[in-house]
Each structure stands twice: as structure tokens, then as C-alpha cells.
Ligand binder design. Structure first.
Ligand SMILES: Nc1ncnc2c1ncn2[C@@H]1O[C@H](COP(=O)(O)OP(=O)(O)OP(=O)(O)O)[C@@H](O)[C@H]1O
Ligand SMILES: O=C(O)C[C@@H](O)[C@H](O)C(=O)CO
Length: 336
């Protein structure tokens, strides 16, 4: 059964809009930030990570965003290009804005957190007039991520991108990617998330992210089916609710639900799970696979990334995901 019909014969499989940042991941793992002395620099930002993941899986990809006009911005641009991502709609800021930094603290495989530096960041300065309609018209999928809705003018840029995607029947994926630090109130967050989600064909988020969107609603038991059902009255065809190590559940407009278990992992850190899951899942769906197989592929990709030090740099290729699944099936990977 086909749940989502991706447009045929477009130049790009996948385009994302949103933040391009730097991750500084602690080298001394299993220590608090206060005692961490050195970090390794990687490209970061959830939509950037997902795009890198799609590109590693062999998809034709592009990015719409804004980078700082400095060494960090050039590092990001060059990394995207080395990964085969079209950067023709990556705009360079000329106002002196900076690159967002995410310092990651890895206290233990289950206790990780991110310390964000996001004052005057270039990614939130993308303007609606800078979004190229033709690129969205040429893409099968547009992925938006919630953080870009947090402030103007990036908020308007995303809404304009949604308008272009609707006009050209580009499939819209919403990765909720809720990061509280960029928002000023729960009410503001819920209102903008809900407005954007109404336009989206596929919505992916954690239970906590959907809870935030339900600030004005009545779902006292945090019931996944109640959460998903609401979106089928709008544009959604698939809603996925992720539950960390417990796996994920997908609901479809036809009233079906599918569960996926997580794969075993020798966890180094937990962040990056959602981004790699999204890339693996969307890749599978775009190959015409079943929802179950696509979710399982996303889960395997997630286990690979959380078993690695980075998010972007660890995004796996098809061969790596296939190999991981085979090794798990042979019982060769035992969780840490
Ligand atoms: N500890 C774990 N062990 C194995 N797989 C995991 C683990 N944590 C997450 N995953 C896998 O990653 C998928 C997405 O994880 P999660 O629900 O944590 O998303 P997320 O919160 O968006 O991730 P992130 O931490 O990147 O923000 C899960 O459905 C599962 O397949
Ligand atoms: O999304 C961010 O800004 C930080 C990410 O790059 C980080 O690696 C992460 O949290 C992935 O989900």
C-alpha cells in the first residue's frame, strides 16, 4: 500500500530548510561539562544532520539556510559540498551574525545534554525573499524543522517555503525538533508548531514534543493515537511518535498503526538518534518500502549514530545500515 505519493522525476530527492550549526562534542566522555577540556568540531543542527544522512544514503539533496560570513560558516558550507549537498540556496549573512554552537556533555551513555550558544545566530536570519521557489519545485520532499519557526525572519522564511511546497505538490515533512531555548513561551511555541503542522504530509516527533504542541488541547493520558488522529483532518498521511529506546509508532491516515523496535546499540551518547532515524525512515519510504521496513531502517541508522561520537559525520551509508542489520540479526551486537 502506498501511503505517500512522492512526485516523480524531480532533480532533487530531498531539500531541507533550517539551521546549520556547529556541534562541539566532548572528547572526554562520561564526564560533566565542568571537567571536559577538549571537544571535536562537527557540522550540526538537526535539519543539517538529516540532510547529510539522506545524502550518505545516496539521495540527491539540497539545503536552504543562512550561515555566518566567517570561518565557521565556510567550514559548514564546505562540509555540505563535500557530502554532495547542493548549497546554491545557502545564503551568507553580512550583518556580523554568528554560527550557533552546541556543546555536548556526555556524562554517561544515558545522561547527555547540550549547552547551546545561540545569541545572534545567522540561521535565524534567513528571510522569506531568500527562499528559492524553483528549488522547492524541483524537490520531491521539503523537510522543515521546528526550531526555524522560533523567530522572525526565519519563521516567515519557513512559512514561505511551505507555501511554495504546497503550490508545487512537494511532499512536506515536519521534524518537530523542539529546542526550548530558542522560544519565549509555551503558548507561542504551540501556536506556531500547530500552524505549520497543518500543512505537513509526514510529522515526526517525540512524545514530549507532541505534548508541547498539545498545550491547548485535552489529551490527559498523552495518548499517541489521539495525538496522531488530529493531523489526519489536515494534510498528514503519516504521523510518527518516537519513544527513545522503546522504539516508535506510526499512524496512517487509513487508520493503521505500525510499531518499530529499536536495534541494540553500544551507546556512546543519545543525541542524533532522531536525526538518523528520520533519514533512514524517509530513505526507505522514498524507495517504496513498507512503513514497517522504513521504520526499522531508521531505527538501525539511529543505533549506528548513537554508537558513534558525532551526529553528522556518523550518518551511515546504505552498506553500513545493511551490514548493521545483518550483524544484529546474527546476534553480534550486544547493547552496552
Ligand atoms: N538507547 C537507545 N538504544 C537503541 N536505539 C535507540 C536508543 N535511543 C533512541 N533509539 C532509536 O532512535 C529512535 C529515535 O530516538 P528518540 O525517540 O530518542 O528521538 P529524538 O528524541 O528525536 O532523538 P534526539 O536525542 O536525537 O533528539 C528510536 O525510535 C530508536 O529506534
Ligand atoms: O540540533 C542541534 O542544534 C544540535 C545537533 O546538531 C545535535 O547534534 C543534536 O542534538 C542532534 O539531534
Amino acid at each position: 500500500m502506498t501511503y505517500v505519493s512522492f512526485p516523480a522525476s524531480r532533480k532533487k530527492d530531498f531539500t531541507a530548510i533550517g539551521r546549520l550549526c556547529i556541534d562541539l562534542n566532548a572528547n572526554e566522555i562520561n564526564r560533566p561539562m565542568e571537567e571536559t577540556m577538549t571537544f571535536t568540531k562537527y557540522v550540526g543542527g538537526s535539519p543539517a544532520n538529516i540532510t547529510i544522512g539522506m545524502s550518505r544514503l545516496g539521495m540527491e539533496t539540497a539545503f536552504i539556510g543562512k550561515i555566518a560570513g566567517d570561518q565557521m560558516g565556510r567550514f559548514i558550507q564546505s562540509y555540505l559540498e563535500k557530502n554532495g549537498i547542493d548549497t546554491s540556496n545557502v545564503v551568507t549573512d553580512n550583518t556580523g551574525a554568528v554560527t550557533g554552537l552546541a556543546f555536548t556533555e556526555i556524562k554517561s551513555p544515558t545522561d547527555c545534554s547540550i549547552l547551546m550558544y545561540r545569541d545572534n545566530v545567522a540561521d535565524l536570519l534567513l528571510q522569506a525573499s531568500e527562499v528559492q521557489e524553483q528549488l522547492i519545485a524541483d524537490s520531491k520532499v521539503l523537510l522543515i524543522s521546528g526550531t526555524a519557526l522560533a523567530q522572525s525572519p526565519s519563521r516567515e522564511a519557513v512559512i514561505q517555503a511551505l507555501t511554495y511546497a504546497k503550490k508545487h505538490s512537494t511532499i512536506i515533512v515536519f521534524d518537530l525538533d523542539y529546542r526550548p531555548y530558542t522560544w519565549t513561551s509555551d503558548e507561542e511555541t504551540a501556536v506556531y508548531y500547530n500552524l505549520a503542522a497543518e500543512k505537513c504530509d509526514i510529522i515526526l516527533g517525540t512524545r514530549e514534543e507532541f505534548d508541547m504542541m498539545e498545550t491547548f488541547e485535552n489529551n490527559p493520558d498523552h495518548n499517541d493515537q489521539v495525538t496522531a488522529q488530529k493531523w489526519f483532518d489536515f494534510s498528514a498521511k503519516i504521523v510518527i511518535i518516537k519513544h527513545g529506546k522503546e522504539g516508535s509508532i506510526a499512524y496512517t491516515r487509513e487508520g493503521l498503526s505500525h510499531r518499530a523496535n529499536s536495534y541494540p546499540a553500544r551507546v556512546v551518547k543519545t543525541f542524533g538518534a532522531g536525526d538518523s532515524y528520520a533519514a533512514g525512515f524517509l530513505y526507505g519510504l522514498m524507495q517504496g518500502w513498507t512503513i514497517e521496513r522504513s521504520m526499522s531502517y531508521g531505527s538501525a541508522a539511529a543505533s549506528i549514530v548513537i554508537s558513534s561520537h558525532s551526529c553528522s559525520d556518523a550518518m551511515p551509508t546504505v552498506e553500513q545500515v545493511d551490514d548493521y542489520i545483518e550483524r544484529c540479526n546474527r546476534g553480534e551486537i550486544v547493547p552496552s
